[in-house]
Design a protein around this ligand. Structure first.
Ligand code: SF4
Length: 245
């Protein structure tokens, strides 16, 4: 319980910092019962041509995110790479192509999910995002999550998992388990870019994605597809998830 309260306070602090950055110093008080949920368009407008952290100096394009505005599943990665920076879209390079295959392995198309990153601008030479950059950009992602209201999030890689779950634990420890994020399920797994370098880990991602698929079937009523289940079993007999190649 104490941990939950601390988490809520940390989230609130992060959100208030974000509002302060926008020049808002007071919170609106709602007289009605309706919760003020921003639209994605409103969030994108707030982000605008953001120059709130140093990454704006080296980016080519700000990568806001894309996909189904009412997605049940949201995919959250680390940050844009070279191709994403060029095209202004998330996960469009080699790692993105692998992500598309990973989604297809649980019978989802890219257009059915929403894809975003912890930070929206590419770090120079694809270096790791720095804490101040994450801290500045993360509130926008929280607003996107609030706008989309997904039921489940797949966090790809160390930075996404650690930021969302507020932990320093390694992705090897975090992956493959469900966590609660203000009522939304989160399941972390390896980043597709990591899989490109370590293909022997594909089996674990395959197992993680099957968990997400099962959760969606059990909790959201997305019907199971028996024929595809057969194909799962067939592919599961391979040493690595063949369908992700
Ligand atoms: S990374 Fe985020 S906070 Fe930094 S400039 Fe880009 S959009 Fe703004």
């Amino acid at each position: 319980m104490k941990g939950l309260v601390q988490e809520i306070i940390a989230d609130l602090k992060s959100y208030l910092e974000y509002l302060k950055g926008l020049g808002i110093v007071g919170l609106p008080v709602s007289e009605g019962k309706e919760e003020m949920v921003p639209s994605l368009e409103e969030v994108q407008k707030e982000v605008g041509d953001c120059r709130r952290c140093k990454l704006h100096r080296t980016r080519r394009t700000l990568v806001f995110g894309e996909g189904n505005k009412k997605a049940i599943l949201m995919i959250i990665g680390e940050g844009p790479g070279y191709e994403e920076d060029v095209q202004g879209r998330p996960f469009v390079g080699k790692a993105g192509q692998l992500l598309t295959k990973i989604l297809q392995s649980i019978h989802l198309q890219r257009e059915e999910v929403y894809i975003a990153n912890i930070i929206k601008c590419r770090p120079p030479q694809n270096r790791n995002p720095e804490p101040d950059e994450i801290q500045t950009c993360y509130p926008f992602l929280l607003r996107q999550i609030h706008a989309i209201q997904p039921q489940i999030i797949c966090a790809l890689g160390t930075f996404a998992a650690q930021t969302l779950l507020k932990t320093d634990a390694k992705i090897t420890t975090l992956r493959g388990k469900f966590y609660d994020f203000s009522g939304i399920k989160i399941l972390p797994t390896y980043h597709p870019a990591y899989l490109l370098r370590n293909p022997e880990r594909k089996r674990e991602v395959w197992e993680d994605m099957k968990q997400i698929s099962k959760w969606m079937t059990d909790h959201v009523g997305i019907p199971a597809r028996p024929a595809d289940e057969d194909s799962h079993r067939e592919k599961a007999s391979h040493p690595v998830g063949e369908n992700m190649r």
